[in-house]
Design a protein around this ligand. Sequence first.
Ligand code: ZN
Length: 207
Amino acid sequence: MPQITVRFRRFTSLNTTIRLREGQIHASLSDLLEGAPDTVIRAIAHILLAKLYKKPIDAAQNLRYKRFSSSAAVTRQTELIRGARGNKRFSGPEGRFYNLEEVFDALNTRFFGGLLGRPELTWSEGMAKRSLGHYDAAHNTIVVSQVFDRPSSPRYAIEYLLYHEMLHLKHPVKMRGVRRCVHSREFKADEACFPQLKEALAFIRRL
Ligand SMILES: [Zn+2]
């Protein structure tokens, strides 16, 4: 068996490469796959080796990899990293109609006794509709989609989105066995306290 070197690299996509050079196999994987479960890593290894040696790819392994790479979490992380690493920059808290820092501070006083530390707040660069709001713990940043930064967008909709993400600051992800519990019972109970929850959800559905 040839010696195998695997590197995780900062790709902006999930690109994976493999080559055989001077009797050694070099594989490069996106760092987005670094935290993938063993079964997925195994599937990737299978696919890469099958490609390298021109052998058929096992359908079950292929499906496992496809399922993982298209899962919502990975998709979102890919978009986020693409946004942060590409030429585009996030546009900061000051929008054309709403200032996220002002909304955050008001919510902090109203619902959290002013106790939450303010993370980085920014409007998304594009008009993302798949990810309306997102808290990125690694960069301590709340990103809100720019689709909300317009006069037809009621303030309570932005407030609700920010409030939801602020609850992620208050209730960090819990592990229940091997499962990550992102929206715990306590989280949901707090969320239900938002006065215009129904109106906000209805607006988002229409959007
Ligand atoms: Zn959430």
